[in-house]
Ligand binder design. Structure first.
Ligand SMILES: *Cc1c(COP(=O)(O)O)cnc(C)c1O
Length: 395
């Protein structure tokens, strides 16, 4: 299936900012489609009219939909889904819950998200965990063939990022999953940039834990995120924080965690955000994740090709399989000033600083990169206009 011109018109009409902006910052925060915005603002209105607790009670079906929508999206069970305020906290809740002790080893890759790597460093310092960075293969993705040779009896966890935020690569999550399952390790996948732009099937991938955020390719609200926890490892995980929602106080001196993934949630949360995020999942599924990926990949490749033709511009994306993220530099115009200049012309991108991707940019000798990230509602026309702006031409 592809998106027809007529459907594209509808999708763009659902995204009013398309009239005024070239939004190539979907890996930063995408634009909420109207059904998401309406679901959220309706709920805020009800909170104002009848009270927050009362509005939540009234919205129970929409709130329950959060769990079934993500279960449908990932081919998981609703009891394996938690609502968390962002991807970092979701990932943290999973990582710090794992039964790891001094000397245990973690396999990761240079494309790992900076906050995750900081958590590895913290736990190396605090608890004596050891970090093993898997090499890249010739395409720049994690070298799956090198993994068996890295195994030690102390290797417990493989933690990688599916689609890194600092480049257009998509790591071979399924192949890594086969390795993890063969050797009985834990598998924590940061899917923050992949969910919403491609099919992410936790059964095919074989991950035990998967984290992500609402605002990026899913087009949900800011300050919303999610965590998938495979039922088979639930009882081995002790959440690092506890409250009266995640656990039950069973007697004066005893408690137990909830049996499902809600043990990773906390009681107070952005209720309108949860409703909005569920609506965003339904919106994406209605278009179809394979259909979305096909269009995103084609647009991103067209953007890379056109940028590469511009004098002085170099594109830096790695990987055999690529995402909607496009990174580049331009001679004599650093990434920060390019992003500012484009924003003044109503074209949104972001900048990935070197310090957010030390292992990756360090080994490749890269400076801060300009990051343009396209979504299915973007168009070839916008790519043409964007490239003219990058050249320094007036539109
Ligand atoms: C953005 C991002 C995160 C962090 O998401 P937040 O919702 O900002 O916490 C984690 N991992 C990757 C790969 C990201 O791109």
């Amino acid at each position: 299936m592809t998106i027809s011109d007529e459907q594209l018109g509808t999708l763009r009409a659902d995204t009013p900012a398309c009239k005024n902006l070239i939004h190539f910052n979907n890996a930063g925060a995408s634009l909420m489609p109207m059904p998401v915005y309406v679901a959220m603002t309706n709920h805020l209105k009800r909170e104002q009219e009848i009270g927050g607790y009362e509005a939540a009670a009234e919205a129970k079906p929409a709130l329950d939909r959060f769990y079934t929508a993500f279960a449908d999206l990932f081919r998981a069970s609703p009891s394996e889904i938690a609502y968390v305020e962002n991807a970092t906290r979701a990932w943290d809740m999973a990582f710090y819950a794992l039964p790891l002790s001094a000397g245990d080893r973690i396999i990761t890759h240079s494309s790992e998200y900076a906050s995750n790597y900081l958590a590895f460093l913290q736990m190396a310092r605090r608890r004596g965990l050891e970090i093993d960075v898997a090499p890249s293969d010739g395409t720049g993705q994690i070298d799956v063939d090198a993994l068996p040779g890295m195994l030690t009896p102390k290797t417990k966890l493989v933690a990688i990022t599916h689609a890194p935020s600092q480049g257009g690569l998509v790591n071979p999550a399924e192949e890594v999953g086969r390795f993890v399952r063969e050797y009985g390790l834990f598998y924590l996948l940061d899917a923050c940039q992949s969910v919403g732009q491609m099919t992410v099937d936790v059964r095919k991938i074989g991950c035990h834990l998967l984290s992500g955020t609402g605002r990026k390719f899913l087009r949900g609200p800011r300050g919303s995120g999610f965590l998938y926890v495979a039922a088979e490892i639930m009882e081995q995980l002790e959440p690092p924080f506890i409250d009266l929602h995640s656990a039950e106080w069973t007697s004066n001196n005893d408690f137990k965690f909830l049996p499902d993934a809600r043990r990773f949630e906390n009681w107070e949360c952005n209720v309108a955000g949860r409703i909005g995020l569920a609506a965003a999942v339904d919106y994406a599924r209605e278009i179809g994740l394979d259909t979305i990926e096909r269009r995103v990949v084609a647009l991103a490749q067209a953007l890379r090709d056109q940028l590469a033709e511009i004098q002085g511009v170099t594109v830096h994306d790695l990987g055999a399989r690529k995402s909607g993220i496009v990174t580049f530099v331009k001679d004599e115009e650093p990434a920060g000033p390019i992003a500012e200049r484009l924003r003044a012309k109503k074209a949104n991108i972001s900048v990935t600083p070197q310090s957010y991707a030390r292992l990756d940019f360090g080994s490749r000798g890269l400076p801060d990169l300009a990051r343009a990230s396209v979504h299915y509602f973007n168009t070839k026309d916008e790519i043409d206009q964007f490239c003219r702006l990058v050249r320094g031409e007036a539109l």
